[in-house]
Design a protein around this ligand. Structure first.
Ligand code: MN3
Length: 200
């Protein structure tokens, strides 16, 4: 079994003007495709072949190629599904209640999440995770690490923000904060809420 680059459910230009078309095209067709093919090469003809991506990340992240490319494969697969041309706004229902309970308000959550993304030095990700029966937490990981790995931060990720320069530099240059502000406009809160409810 090999891993396949997932197709996007929207066009490369669908997240304009917040995330530009060329960035989306390169990010998906070059970066994510590269992680996928290198992951397949790393597990080919080894005892890891046939394991799920979650099993690989949980048990084989000491293998540097699995860690980097398996992480890249999983992280981007999540990233595309938590964005939508109809995104933005704020969550509703149980997820909204859990955010209010943990962070005080949606605005306070946004500030804390953006701070986690801003203060990640170099390349990495910011995460919103679920743990302990519905409790939310924010954390950040370097490179393509994620919370599913040994040594990642704890919990099941339901929202992830890619803060590698390849995710924003063409449009925003070094302005990571401007990218984060724009990204809130494409977050697919119903998709995040579905993951919250199933992780819970
Ligand atoms: Mn990326």
């Amino acid at each position: 079994m090999t891993f396949q680059l997932p197709e996007l459910s929207y066009d490369y230009d669908a997240l304009e003007p917040h995330i530009d078309s060329l960035t989306m095209e390169i990010h998906h067709s070059k970066h994510h495709a590269g992680y996928t093919s290198k992951l397949n090469a790393a597990i080919k003809d080894t005892e890891m072949e046939g394991l799920s991506i979650e099993e690989l990340l949980a048990s084989h992240s000491d293998n540097q190629s699995v860690r980097n490319n398996g992480g890249g494969f999983w992280n981007h697969r999540l990233f595309w599904t938590i964005m939508s041309p109809n995104g933005g706004g704020r969550p509703e229902g149980d997820l909204a209640n859990a955010i209010d309970e943990e962070f005080g308000s949606f605005e306070a959550f946004q500030q804390s999440f953006a701070n986690s993304a801003m203060t990640r030095f170099g390349s990495g990700w910011a995460w919103l995770c679920v743990k302990d029966g519905g409790k939310l937490c924010i954390c950040s990981t370097p490179n393509q690490d994620n919370p599913l790995m040994e040594g990642g931060c704890d919990g099941q990720p339901i929202l992830g923000l890619d803060v590698w320069e390849h995710a924003y530099y063409k449009k925003f240059g070094p302005g990571r904060g401007d990218y984060i502000n724009a990204w809130w406009n494409v977050v697919d809160w119903p998709a995040v809420a579905r993951m919250y409810n199933s992780a819970n």
